[in-house]
Ligand binder design. Structure first.
Ligand SMILES: Cc1cc2nc3c(=O)[nH]c(=O)nc-3n(C[C@H](O)[C@H](O)[C@H](O)COP(=O)(O)OP(=O)(O)OC[C@H]3O[C@@H](n4cnc5c(N)ncnc54)[C@H](O)[C@@H]3O)c2cc1C
Length: 419
């Protein structure tokens, strides 16, 4: 699968082999283009490894909706498990914070939801096809995703259901008995639930990206493991400089997830990309008390997902610099909350940290770089990049081929932030 030639040529070089990059390479290859995807690690080893594995039909409402204003007082205390923020980081990135909050209005929420519904709809179809073609069909569960409230969440559940229904996305409001019927093995801690019934999940997101990369290689694409140093514009093509050589290509796609902004800085683009960091830890499952689907604890802002490695507990959002030292306080705060719902044993393996790449409007950049022909941007997929990788890739591949993308990409245009 790995190519190690010092100098190579391709129609398209994709930088980054997370879910977004690998998906883009697959979609470009399907259009008959020669493709090389480059990453310093094996495919699916970073953010696309450590996420909650949800292929979410209903994640059309990002964090910065009007509901954020209601929750802001509790988040400002910096003690809530769902959201912590680093004060010096927030001051240094005040413009990102202000724009993020400014997007949380009703008038800005509906168009963003519509845009995400298009991206997600395309992505769901592609995932369901590709996961079978990639011989990883055994990893997908079509059991939905349960969001659940311990206290009185009925109004919030109904409001979310109505927002989803506007875009034809099905969900089901459940009471305590309904939740017990759905998840008979959990402790009945929740009084209200919202089942996203069209949502799927996988038991190993990293393994799914690797399977997709293997499928790419089997179909003639190349996967190269190397550190990307920089990209240089030539007359009508690009040179990608690597630690162990270079690649020349007509098209370069930046799909470096939370690392995307720094590669673009030498080209004169200052991308307002922040990182919503998150953590995970695995626990030995109790085979007699099996969890059947991912559960999102609405009050705690964390998730519990049954994975190959055990029960994966993923934490909420930590707004700080991507490479700041880990702070496990949020994860430690939610593990006892998770234990009050799912019976599991000891922790297994290391705690993991990753960064959700987020632009101020919580929409990804999908499209051409404004001032450079043949340079394409595909990043900023925030909390839903595992879901939306395939749609992002399909749209970029269509644009490279000079065709209309499979959904309306106007809201994702890079030129909304960079010129
Ligand atoms: C705790 C948590 C839970 C989440 N849960 C979900 C979920 O359930 N469902 C969902 O849809 N999304 C979820 N997400 C979001 C999702 O994981 C991300 O949006 C997605 O993985 C981003 O994919 P990507 O391909 O853009 O980035 P990445 O997967 O990070 O890929 C970028 C790649 O670029 C490579 N790279 C960077 N710099 C260089 C360089 N200089 N040279 C070579 N290679 C380089 C990296 O090695 C990396 O492999 C979650 C995120 C977190 C943190």
């Amino acid at each position: 699968m790995t190519v190690s030639a010092p100098g190579q040529q391709a129609d398209v070089v994709v930088l980054g082999a997370g879910m977004v990059g690998v998906s883009t390479a697959i979609a470009a290859r399907q259009r008959g283009l020669s493709v090389i995807v480059v990453d310093r690690r094996e495919p699916g080893s970073e953010t696309s490894y450590g996420n909650a594995g949800i292929i979410s039909s209903g994640s059309i409402l990002p964090l910065n909706t009007p509901a954020l204003w209601k929750n802001l007082p509790k988040y400002l205390t910096n003690t809530h498990p769902a959201l912590r923020w680093n004060i010096p980081w927030a001051i240094a990135n005040a413009s990102w914070v202000i724009r993020f909050l400014a997007a949380a209005t009703p008038s800005q929420t509906r168009p963003r939801a519509a845009a995400l519904a298009g991206l997600i709809g395309t992505s769901m179809k592609l995932h369901r096809d590709w996961i079978v073609q990639a011989e990883a069909g055994h990893r997908i569960r079509e059991t939905g995703w349960l969001k659940a409230w311990r206290g009185d969440g009925l109004a919030a559940a109904k409001a979310e259901q109505a927002a989803l229904a506007e875009f034809g996305i099905r969900s089901e409001v459940l009471d305590r008995q309904g939740i017990s019927a759905l998840e008979p093995n959990i402790i009945p801690a929740y009084s209200v639930g919202l089942l996203h019934s069209q949502t799927a999940s996988v038991d190993s997101p990293g393994a799914v990206v690797k399977a997709y990369a293997k499928m790419l290689a089997a179909n003639g694409g190349a996967v190269r493991q190397s550190e990307i140093k920089q990209v240089a514009a030539l007359d009508d093509s690009w040179r990608v400089e690597l630690a162990d050589g270079e690649i020349n290509a007509r098209h370069v796609v930046v799909a470096l997830g939370p690392w995307s902004a720094e590669l673009l800085r030498p080209l004169g683009y200052r991308v307002p990309l922040a990182t919503e960091r998150g953590y995970h830890q695995h626990f030995v499952p109790n085979p007699a008390r099996k969890l059947l689907r991912p559960i999102h604890d609405a009050e705690g802002g964390f998730l519990m997902t049954p994975m190959e490695q055990g029960i994966r507990v993923t934490s909420g959002v930590e707004l700080t610099a991507r490479d700041a030292p880990s702070n496990y306080a949020q994860l430690e705060a939610v593990v006892p909350m998770a234990r009050s719902v799912v019976e599991f044993g000891e922790a297994v393996g290391e705690r993991w940290r990753g960064s959700r790449p987020t632009l101020p409007d919580s929409l990804p950049m999908i499209g051409p770089a404004p001032r450079h022909r043949g340079l394409w941007l595909a990043f900023g997929n925030q909390h839903i990049g595992f879901t939306t990788g395939p749609g992002t890739g399909a749209a970029i591949a269509a644009m490279i081929g000079g065709e209309a993308p499979p959904f309306d990409t106007s809201a994702f245009s890079p030129s909304r932030y960079i010129a």
